[in-house]
Design a protein. Structure first.
Length: 481
């Protein structure tokens, strides 16, 4: 039987139109001189058997009678997917951002495997970069991190070196008639995915009812997302900005004021947005925007598997609260309430139920999205590897995520932790967010203010002792302080 997309994976194809491309990407910066294109391509070729989906393309069922299926691409050409370019001297971060934004603006060719890797030479200080993108139907954020750890090494010189890849021969492509026939057969019998969904629903009816109730609240809350400068028509072009924080600093804020590191990040984002709006004459007092926060439901035994295992919560962003401690308290309380409400469980149930929907219905439902404002922007936080990665002996210095914009959402904030860093990748519509780099500076200022709020005053020994006690308790609990 063909490997068919899930309802969630297929929804990312339906959402892709009119300049809103549904691929995810990253810009990784490496120390040292760039490898040659041939050396890089051969390195990818030697690892490709570890991510076999990268050898496959989509085939669409005639007359939309079923979700697309993955099939081997008999004409796979790595020179098409693994590309090389160079920055003009002196190769600044600004030039890299502009290049990454231009690459991110280009739609992936659906007739080929849905990924690209760009080797970028000429970055200043003797560095180079890799810009990689994959369609959201292929991979979610957590799975993307797993792919990164497969394609890269944990040591500068792996010992022993990787074994030669096994020989690969593409399986014959199915005909349109076979695809159509297979889709109808699945519809008339009991497809495995529907059986799985039914079993999931029957196992825990109370959980399902609670989840659906929470999802109803989520959707109702989503309709109330206020208007904002970020919710406008978008075009096909993008801007990209990068900023960075230290993970230990964010943990210190969390230890001083409570909540989680994710709460700290959301509070900083809310503060940065408020600062950005006020600098442009916008009134923020009492304003609370809404962020869609993807949540991974990928089990430990599913790590490394491709496809999407995500749900979402709608998180309030109190952009009108200027005090960082008060803002963090509000975010922490709200996120705690959302987790207790089962909102993410309800969203996961609706995600599973999309497998029941005929393709034409799912496609039409996806087209309703631009008319609804369930949220103002996306804020996604992906935990990356907390150890250095290497590519052909060169150490990865940092990695910045790039997350797609939805219709009428001109700003998206991707966050990825890596080796003690917290890296913010900001994607904005080219016209609506012409000052995206200014917003990156606002985030930096809010981060600095939050860090300062967690530092005990020099003349306040009692607060210093309290902070030390909090860090000690966190260490005893097994949480890095």
């Amino acid at each position: 039987m063909a490997d068919r997309l899930t309802g969630l994976d297929a929804s990312f194809l339906h959402l892709e139109r009119s300049g809103a491309h549904m691929h995810v990407a990253s810009t990784s910066i490496f120390e040292g001189p760039a490898p040659s294109h041939e050396e890089f391509r051969n390195h990818i070729a030697a690892r490709l058997h570890l991510v076999p989906r990268f050898r496959q393309k989509l085939r669409f069922v005639p007359l939309d009678q079923g979700r697309p299926v993955w099939v081997d691409d008999p004409y796979l050409n790595l020179d098409y997917h693994v590309r090389q370019t160079a920055l003009p001297a002196p190769g600044s971060d600004e030039q890299l951002r502009n290049l990454a934004a231009r690459i991110f603006s280009q739609q992936l060719d659906r007739s080929k495997p849905l990924w690209e890797l760009w080797l970028v030479e000429g970055l200043d200080d003797g560095r180079f970069a890799i810009i990689g993108k994959s369609h959201h139907a292929l991979v979610d954020g957590i799975s993307g991190v797993d792919i990164t750890t497969v394609l890269f090494d944990l040591d500068p010189q792996p010992d022993p070196p990787p074994a030669p890849p096994p020989p690969w021969l593409a399986q014959p492509e199915p005909t349109d008639f076979h695809l159509f026939q297979e889709a109808l057969r699945e519809r008339l019998t009991s497809p495995r995915e529907i059986a799985r969904g039914a079993r999931y629903t029957m196992r825990g009816p109370r959980k399902v009812l609670r989840g659906i109730g929470a999802t109803t609240k989520m959707v109702g809350a989503g309709f109330s997302a206020p208007s904002s400068v970020f919710n406008v028509e978008i075009g096909p072009h993008r801007r990209f900005a990068m900023t960075q924080a230290d993970l230990d600093d964010l943990k210190r804020i969390k230890n001083a004021h409570g909540g989680t590191v994710n709460d700290v990040i959301l509070a900083i984002v809310a503060g940065g947005i408020g600062r950005y709006l006020r600098a442009r004459g916008r009134e923020t007092e009492g304003v609370e925007l809404r962020a869609m926060v993807p949540v991974s439901v990928r089990a430990a035994d599913e790590r490394g598997a491709l496809g999407n295992r995500i749900t979402a919560m709608m998180a309030p962003l109190p952009v009108g609260v200027e005090d960082p401690v008060e803002r963090l308290a509000l975010v922490s309380a709200a996120m705690g309430d959302l987790k207790a409400s089962g909102q993410a469980v309800g969203a996961e149930i609706l995600t599973k139920l999309t497998d029941f929907a005929p393709t034409t219905i799912a496609s039409q439902a996806a087209r309703l999205q631009p008319a609804q404002r369930f949220f103002n922007l996306v804020v996604t936080n992906v935990p990356g590897p907390q150890f250095p990665l290497y590519l052909l002996g060169r150490r990865m210095e940092s990695i910045f995520p790039m997350v797609p914009l939805a219709h009428k959402q001109a700003l998206c904030i991707g966050i990825m932790s890596y080796d003690g860093q917290v890296n913010f990748g900001l994607i904005g519509d080219y016209d609506a967010m012409a000052d995206l780099q200014s917003f990156a500076l606002d985030l930096e200022e809010e981060t600095a203010e939050a860090i300062a709020s967690a530092a005990p005053a020099p003349d306040d020994p009692a607060r210093a002792r309290a902070a030390a006690s909090t860090n000690g308790a966190a260490a005893l609990a097994g949480e890095p302080s």
